[in-house]
Design a protein around this ligand. Structure first.
Ligand code: EPU
Length: 418
């Protein structure tokens, strides 16, 4: 089994370059299905989620050309199928974006239901509500979600809860609906704005992304063009947290500091010194850290996808910190692995109480999911001795060259392939 081996402890020092945003590209690539022409997409992260989506696109008849390491040219004009089979869909959750994109393009879509995951129940009722509101009929049968619409017609869509996926899916389908769709109570994450900007740069008419209300005026046709994906807020946050947890000093480059504010503010509260530049942030965590409490919330609140990494920072801080998980039912499984490394963490429902100031000891651990995996890497850097991380495919889904990046910051870390 492939694994990551870390010999700690270490203090990270140096510079790291952040890749394009995973949660933007996993929507932008399916969105290319709506475009007649070649989409040249720049700043694409080299992660396995991208490979999986490209394989789906190719299997459906699209042409995908990697122009260089970070640039993809995608031409979906040859696609005739409106179906994403289970063998492809099961490999990553965001396959649900093909529902909105294919429904918009063909008036029909069949996508295998994404499986469960380690974060708890992941319903898609709000995605379905949005499609139905636009005139589609939606059925769940044989493990597939099947959508069909004679014609998509604009309407008001009020989401019952703030959902990243439902917001993006509603935008995708509404882009091709006749008339003006008004989507209310939408998510405001930077990647929502990025997907809207991508669609607009191809000829869509979407306004309000980044606010609570998005208005989509349907258009007949989207043409090709060039678009650069925004930097990954969570990858950047992960390196900031790693610097903080190891008492390091790291310049995190190629980022949008505004997107980092929810994370920057919490680290500063804990005693980390942060200097913002135009497109980078210097994190200096050489001083002792103070305890803090976080509650995860939709953007601009503290992101749930930074919760496990932030827990490692709390392990270094003096005193007792608390985490209140406000998005997912079950996002504390990774704490069991940290406890095996000597951490003192008590979980009760959606609240974790983290005792700081304990020295972690290296141990064999697993990456329960993507962000949990990132937390294991940080914990391995903090711990005395050898940490071996298994099930690292989760990490490869969303972190580009993580071993090389941490090694360049001074970590004794290596990838072992079996
Ligand atoms: N929800 C519903 N019904 C729905 C949709 C969502 O009840 O139809 C609930 C969920 O169960 C959850 C909450 O609403 O409690 C928020 O879910 P959301 O739809 O916003 O999550 P998502 O779109 O499935 C994306 C990210 C996740 C990230 C969440 C929250 C992608 C591909 N995934 O998931 O990222 O945790 O938003 O910010 O964008 C990760 O990158 O590690 C990751 C898990």
């Amino acid at each position: 089994m492939d694994r990551i081996i870390i010999n700690g402890p270490c203090r990270l020092e140096g510079e790291v370059e952040i890749a394009g945003a995973k949660n933007a590209i996993v929507a932008i690539l399916p969105a290319a299905m709506l475009v007649d022409g070649i989409c040249r997409i720049e700043n694409v992260p080299q992660i396995s989620d991208v490979e999986n989506i490209c394989n789906i696109l190719i299997a459906m008849g699209a042409k995908v050309n990697r122009a260089d390491g970070k640039t993809l040219e995608v031409d979906c004009s040859g696609v005739r199928s409106s179906e994403v089979p289970y063998e492809y869909a099961r490999k990553f959750r965001a396959s649900y974006y093909f529902l909105g994109a294919l429904l918009g393009r063909f008036g029909k879509a069949t996508v295998a239901l994404p499986g469960g995951c380690h974060l708890g129940a992941r319903p898609i009722d709000q995605h379905i509500k949005a499609f139905e509101q636009l005139g589609a009929s939606v059925e769940i049968a044989h493990g597939n979600v099947e959508c069909y619409a004679e014609k998509l017609v604009a309407d008001g869509i009020y989401l019952d809860m703030v959902s990243v996926g439902a917001t993006i899916n509603a935008m995708l389908a509404a882009t091709k609906a006749e008339g003006l769709t008004v989507i209310e109570n939408v998510a405001k994450e930077p990647h929502i704005v990025d997907v809207a900007n991508f669609l607009n740069s191809m000829g869509a008419n979407i306004r309000g992304a980044g606010t609570d209300v998005i208005k989509v005026q349907g258009v007949g046709r989207l043409q090709g063009g060039t678009y650069a994906v925004i930097p990954d807020q969570i990858e950047a946050g992960t390196y900031m947290a790693a610097a903080a947890a190891t008492g390091g000093r790291v310049l995190v480059k190629n980022i949008i500091p505004k997107h980092m504010e929810c994370i920057t503010a919490k680290l500063e509260e804990m005693g980390v010194s942060i200097i913002e530049y135009d497109d980078s942030i210097l994190v200096d965590a050489t001083a002792p850290l103070k305890k803090a409490n976080i509650k995860t919330m939709p953007y601009p609140g503290f992101p749930t996808d930074m919760q496990p990494q932030m827990c490692t920072v709390m392990l270094r801080a003096e005193g007792t910190s608390k985490i209140n998980e406000g998005i997912w039912d079950s996002r504390f499984k990774y704490t069991e692995e940290l406890i095996r490394m000597g951490a003192e963490i008590a979980v009760a429902g959606k609240i974790a109480t983290v005792e700081g100031g304990r020295q972690l000891l290296g141990a064999p651990v697993r990456a329960c999911d993507l962000r949990a995996g990132a937390a294991m890497v940080i914990a391995g850097l903090m711990a005395k001795g050898t940490t071996t991380i298994e099930e690292i495919d989760h990490i490869r889904r969303g972190y580009e060259r993580i071993v090389e990046k941490f090694a360049s910051l001074g970590a004794d870390i290596r990838l072992v392939l079996d």
